[in-house]
Every structure is written in structure tokens, then in C-alpha cells.
Design a protein around this ligand. Structure first.
Ligand code: ADE
Ligand code: ZN
Ligand code: ZN
Length: 237
């Protein structure tokens, strides 16, 4: 996602934290909110010191592979390895506060990216980055349409986005929270598969795409927030 999508995911998660988790997390972040740190992992990308974390934002599972295979995974890291690393550092009683801060900020971001379907897209087109489309007449690509073009076109603040995803039943909420990290990856991969099938190179996208697809954008932001809260309540609650 872009900045607004990540902040919305973090804001939704914040609203589902237990009191204890909220307190522990605020302490670790020196009083800052989850939304405040949600884009840190993108903001450090241009610094050579942090270049190694570039591949951590996505995972590509090729269509002929049904499953995520650790032995075929990117040795530079991917979204699955990234989230596992963040959780393991945050579980480690011996880790220093600074290290925990870093991996918490990364985890908040990566749980968002996990729910942008094209962050679990195909390697051959770089998760849709190579599928060129027009967005209201301007050059874009299908990955960017999902990261930010649709959300930016609606011009909703991250708090409005967070509010707009709250009408959900308890049953549905429990269903969303169930499953493993890999189940969540496959869900995004399968969604990406459907979205690939509905777009062609050079498509002209605009208001129809916006209004057809935005409910799915909101659903993905909400899932990301709920699942991030579940992971954080497990670690800090
Ligand atoms: N961003 C850069 N490369 C990517 C890829 N292969 N998949 C998804 N997102 C990406
Ligand atoms: Zn992206
Ligand atoms: Zn990212």
C-alpha cells in the first residue's frame, strides 16, 4: 500500500488492541501510535544502510507452485520471512529496546503489505508493476492502482478509512482472525490471481474500477488491521 493504506491498517489495528497491549506498545514506541510508524519501512528504503530490506515487502509464489516453499524462497528475504523475523525478535526477551522498536515498526508495515493482493503477485511482472495501465488518463500500473491510486482518488483520510471498515459482525471477525500466516498469504495470492484475470496491459482505468473495487480495498485494509491486532495482542497483551 501507499501511505494512507498503511496508516489505515495501523489505525484499525490500534482500535482492536487490548488495554495491556496498547500500553506496552505505546511504551516501546515512546508514546507514538501505530499509524505514526506505519510507513517507516518505506521511508528507510532510499538509505543504502537499509537496502537489504527491499525484498521484504512482497512475496511471489509462481502459479505452478501451489504452496510457499522455503527452499525456493528468495534468499534475500520476502514478506513471509520478514513477518516471521519481526515476530521472533519481539518474542525474544533478550532483545534490546531499540531492536524491538525497529522490528515492531517493520511488522506494522508488513502486515499491511500482506493484504495488498499484488504484494503476493507474480514475479514475471513484478507483482503487477510491469502491467502498464492508464489511471484517469495518466500513466500508471496495476500494482500502483492498488497501492495508492484508488485510495488517493477517494481522498479519504486514514481515520475515515478506518471508520468505514467497522461494520462487520462478530462471526465475520472471528473468521478473519482465524488461519495461519501462510493462509493469509494464499488468500492474497488468490485475490491477485482474480485481479490479474480482469486487467490487460494498456487498459484505461478510472471511476468504474474505483467504485467496483473499493469495497475490496476496504475489506483488505480491515483484514490487515484485525490480523495485525491479533498478532500484537499475542505478543504484547
Ligand atoms: N515490488 C517490487 N518487486 C515486486 C514483486 N516482484 N512483487 C511485488 N511487489 C514488488
Ligand atoms: Zn506496493
Ligand atoms: Zn511496503
Amino acid at each position: 500500500w501507499g501511505k494512507t493504506g498503511h496508516r489505515a491498517t495501523a489505525e484499525i489495528a490500534e482500535s482492536y488492541l487490548t488495554k495491556k497491549a496498547k500500553r506496552n506498545i505505546r511504551d516501546l514506541l515512546n508514546g507514538r501510535s501505530l499509524a505514526f510508524v506505519a510507513n517507516y519501512a518505506d521511508d528507510i528504503k532510499s538509505d543504502p544502510e537499509f537496502r537489504q530490506y527491499g525484498p521484504w515487502h512482497y512475496v511471489n509464489i509462481d502459479p505452478e507452485d501451489e504452496e510457499y516453499k522455503p527452499e525456493e524462497a528468495n534468499p534475500q528475504g520476502d514478506l513471509v520471512q520478514a513477518i516471521r523475523k519481526c515476530i521472533s525478535v519481539l518474542e525474544d526477551g533478550g532483545a534490546a529496546k531499540e531492536e524491538k522498536q525497529f522490528y515492531l515498526k517493520m511488522l506494522v508495515h508488513f502486515m499491511g503489505d500482506l493484504h495488498q493482493p499484488f504484494h503476493a503477485g507474480r514475479s514475471e511482472d513484478k507483482g503487477g508493476n510491469d502491467i502498464k495501465v492508464k489511471w484517469f488518463g495518466d500513466d500508471s500500473n496495476i500494482h500502483r492502482v492498488w497501492d495508492s491510486e484508488m485510495i488517493d482518488s477517494f481522498q479519504m483520510s486514514y481515520t475515515e478509512l478506518a471508520e468505514n471498515t467497522k461494520n462487520i459482525s462478530k462471526e465475520e471477525m472471528e473468521k478473519i482472525k482465524s488461519g495461519s500466516l501462510l493462509d493469509w498469504v494464499y488468500e492474497s495470492r488468490d485475490l491477485a490471481g482474480e485481479l490479474y484475470a480482469s486487467v490487460d496491459n494498456e487498459d484505461n482505468l478510472g471511476y468504474e474500477c474505483m467504485y467496483d473495487r473499493f469495497p475490496l480495498v476496504l475489506e483488505q485494509l480491515h483484514k490487515g488491521g484485525l490480523r495485525l491486532a491479533k498478532v500484537l495482542n499475542g505478543l504484547f497483551g
